[in-house]
Design a protein around this ligand. Sequence first.
Ligand code: IDP
Ligand code: MG
Length: 132
Amino acid sequence: MSRTFVMVKPDGVERGLVGRIVARFEEKGFTLVDAKLTRLDRKLAEIHYEHLNTKPFFGELVDFITSGPVFAMVLEGKDAIQNARSLIGATNPTEATPGTIRGDYAIDVSSNIVHGSDSDENAEREINLHFQ
Ligand code: IDP
Ligand code: MG
């Protein structure tokens, strides 16, 4: 068993998709171990996405993720990071397979509905960052 950090982004919350997205993870077999509706301040968002701070879209990314409430979760299950990433789908929704969350609910890479940790060490870092 391992844990991952998943967050419904402001577009998903605004579109009323939180319940459906949580259900997708529960149906897959994950256990929800912690969750909160919250809003990231700029500093927290910059730390969350610090690995991308040299990218040209970094400012836009921080603007977007701080633009409204997010729904942050800790999910537990076997191979949690990999299983969550495969359910979430490719970063660019154009390449995300139908049946994945991004494949079914998103159309634009800059508002792709959901975040999921990409490695064991980032999962631990993100859980500690958002659920102190
Ligand atoms: P991930 O969310 O699939 O792990 P990352 O490479 O960690 O993808 O990028 C974080 C977020 O930054 C993506 O989910 C996406 O919303 C945004 N992003 C990634 N690449 C681009 C881009 O080329 N233009 C605009 N936004 C991007
Ligand atoms: Mg990532």
